[in-house]
Write a protein that binds this ligand. Structure first.
Ligand code: FNR
Length: 178
């Protein structure tokens, strides 16, 4: 059974990116094990001093285990101050030394109420994923501007739902051929 781990880059309770991740989970075929990671806010600040072999902080161990067990990863993030939110970058920094992203099929979505859709955070995330040797899948990238208009009170516009489905299917397809 294919396992996908989805990570929202926003800790906000009313986050549009987390809502998108939940929507994708609902669109996911029943034969896919789709898990939403919920430990982002529990990760310690990255510090190589506490990244001790086989004795890393428990939250870090948990993230690494979940990533290792996942056949593919879906990231969905806002943009803060023209970049990737610190909490998400922090999580990725923990994975540089441990290598769980190496050759891992990954889909990358950014969403923002702004007309540019968080394209700078999206681009920055691709740079980081490239550095950790992740496989960003063909058809698996999406930038969603005006998310506030496309997702209102839990209701999503059909075009966005189609786009999300397409990204999800590109990820699943890439995992299958992997
Ligand atoms: C933002 N926002 C934002 N949007 C954007 O497109 N580019 C940016 O650089 C920023 N910068 C930024 C900084 C800070 C501190 C905040 C709080 C917000 C707006 C952001 O896209 C908006 O709040 C989204 O709704 C955040 O995503 P979630 O939490 O809804 O997933």
């Amino acid at each position: 059974r294919i396992k996908i781990l989805a990570i929202s880059g926003s800790l906000r309770s009313n986050s549009s990116n987390t809502a998108l991740v939940r929507a994708i989970a609902n669109l996911s075929p029943k034969n896919i094990e789709f898990t939403i990671y919920n430990g982002l806010g529990d990760l310690p600040h990255f510090n190589p001093d506490i990244d001790i072999d086989d004795n890393e902080p428990p939250a870090v161990k948990d993230l690494r285990t979940q990533l290792k067990e996942a056949d593919g990863v879906l990231l969905c993030t806002p943009e803060y101050a023209n970049g990737v939110p610190g909490v998400l970058k922090n999580a990725l920094d923990w994975i540089v030394s441990s290598g769980e992203f190496v050759n891992k099929p990954v889909a990358v979505i950014s969403a923002s109420p702004h007309p540019l859709g968080g394209e700078k955070a999206h681009a920055s995330l691709l740079l980081t994923l490239n550095m950790v040797s992740a496989e960003v899948v063909e058809g698996g990238t999406l930038i969603i501007p005006f998310i506030n208009l496309k997702l209102k009170e839990g209701v999503m516009d059909p075009g966005t739902a189609e786009d999300l489905k397409s990204v999800l299917h590109a990820l699943i397809q890439a995992i299958r051929v992997h």
